[in-house]
Design a protein around this ligand. Structure first.
Ligand code: RIB
Length: 293
């Protein structure tokens, strides 16, 4: 089972502080660390740690950050042969403040903004070998839409994690197999709607993550399935959504039903927040299975 990710690769500059600063405020932080991130790369690493064969598609700059991030992906057993190193762009960066059991993030896309339709066309042969494709919103939206439609035409199932939030065309919603917004992203995509009514409109396709409340979807018979969060000792929530998306995709690719896939994914996400960094706490297969049993 091969899974491809077309998405972002960032260097995360993470500062810890007692609280998230207000507008115009200067706060004294505790420390700063540089760790691998980017929603695309995070989801690729989450899946590889769970034993999946993963190929990453995207762009980095030909700079120190790009080199370190490629090395990290290789070390995590994620395929990097299609990642392009650009001479004329810097590697994407995210500035993250971790405080109050939460975070706030500013992303500078840089090379991620160059993951365009021409790039997808140039790697199409490799991409279409995948059994499933995972997409997020940290590369240009038109590339996300193009890739989703291309995959659907080729009979490849797509998981679209629409983060950060931008509206998605009805055609793309139709084309993808799974759409996994959080509550805020769901509002941007669908407006103010009753959550259960919305879930029933897209049974076993729309999966809404609810932060500390877990994750929810509608089954084909209209039953609402909500999987509550695993209680965790939170160190850093960065990447929890990425772990959930990656773990969910792995189990779906393996043929699990949606309920089982969500329970597995929720446990993986719960484990991931107990260590620092987006990828630092992503669990192995054994760790998730031990926890589930
Ligand atoms: O989802 C977490 C990720 O969002 C971080 O790793 C950061 O790079 C931002 O893209």
């Amino acid at each position: 089972m091969k899974i491809a990710v077309v998405g972002s690769i960032n260097m995360d500059m993470v500062v810890t502080a007692d609280r998230i600063p207000g507008k115009g405020e200067t706060l004294s932080g505790h420390d700063i660390r540089y760790v691998p991130g980017g929603k695309g790369a995070n989801q690729a690493v989450a899946m590889a740690r769970l034993g999946a064969e993963v190929e990453m598609f995207g762009c980095v700059g030909k700079d120190g950050n790009g080199k370190a991030l490629l090395e990290n992906l290789r070390a995590q057993h994620v395929g990097v042969q299609y990642i392009r190193e650009l001479e004329d762009a810097a590697t994407g960066v995210a500035m993250i403040t971790v405080a109050e059991n939460d975070n706030c993030i500013v992303v500078v896309p840089a090379a991620n903004g160059r993951v365009d339709k021409a790039y997808v066309d140039s790697v199409k042969e490799g991409l279409l070998q995948a059994d499933m494709i995972v997409l997020q919103h940290e590369i240009p939206l038109e590339t996300v839409e193009y890739t989703a439609l291309l995959a659907a035409q080729s009979g490849i199932r797509v998981v679209l994690n629409p983060a950060p939030a931008y509206p998605v065309s009805p055609e793309v919603i139709e084309a993808v197999s799974f759409l996994t917004p959080n509550e805020h992203e769901a509002k941007i995509l669908f407006g103010e709607a009753d959550r259960e009514e919305l879930l029933r409109r897209y049974p076993e396709k729309l999966v809404i993550t609810l932060g500390s409340e877990g994750v929810t979807t509608a089954l084909k018979d209209g039953t609402i399935l909500t999987v509550p969060c695993r209680p965790s000792k939170v160190v850093d929530t960065t990447g929890a959504g990425d772990t959930l998306n990656g773990a969910f995709t792995v189990r779906i690719a393996e043929g699990a039903g949606i309920g089982e896939a969500l329970r597995f994914a929720n446990t993986a996400a719960g484990l991931s927040v107990e260590k620092f960094g987006a990828q630092g706490g992503m669990p192995t297969r054994d760790e998730v299975e031990k926890e589930l049993s």
